[in-house]
Design a binder for this molecule. Sequence first.
Ligand SMILES: [Fe+2]
Length: 301
Amino acid sequence: MSLRVMPHDSILGATVVGLDLADPRTDAELELIRHSMATYGFLRFPDQNLQEQHMVNFASEFGSLEINVATTNRDVPFPQVMTLSNILEDGVKIGFSDAGQGWHTDMSYSKPIALANMLYGVKVPVRDGEPLGDTQFADMALAYDMLPDNVKAKIANLSAEHDFNKFWEMMRAKPGSDRPPLTDEQRTEKPPVVHPIVMRHPVSRRRILYCNPGYATRIIGLSMDESDDLLNLLFEHQLQERFFYSFKWTERDVLLFDNIRTLHNAVPDYKAHEHRLLKRCQVMADEVVKFSEENSFVYAD
Ligand SMILES: [Fe+2]
């Protein structure tokens, strides 16, 4: 196996070399990638040259692929590949320009949850030699470990509600947003769901603080005031810089990140004429976890 995993000198991340993601992979390579993603939180595969078919082939190795509820045109060859971009073609947007701007966990508003997200950096804005539009990560295994014991005890058996509409409305409230309100059909497709706040990672088995300011709306069984207080405490804790890593893009990078282990945030520090284009596949956790009605396999014991 020519694949090599080189851990970054930081709390998260490793670079994987010796693998062309346009080619098929061996079972041993896949196993190493699956475990490395859980160990390091995200993996960078530099110098890739992929078509959408290659992205779908690689991402599908880890679980089924989601077609996002916000994707209105599904009559395309690869609706599982979402375009994130600020580029206009003939005055028309070619993708979601404000996607992910704010700390969140993809698909926490869903049952089942997502395992991983694959991003492909097609166009990266650069100013004065510095790449813009970092993708930031926050380590929720470390954040859980660093919680005070009394908070760990308090949340051990609590669950939170997650609602897709919360993040959508936060994006709509930003200046210049042209997102329409969700339709009744979209709300029906993604109703709020409930997940335990402490989850055991299905691969690493580490405990994860599975709560995020993007989608978590309330804690089940508490009064609204108690719920707000505890959520704010958790949000403040998990967004400490000591848990952060800011990933700087190079064009043709593929990023595969663990969506249970990490929160992420897209940094909007580039302007309209500074073009950015990422392609994305969302991998559900159905391959690593056979979900029961309560998702009990992944929840901490
Ligand atoms: Fe996201």
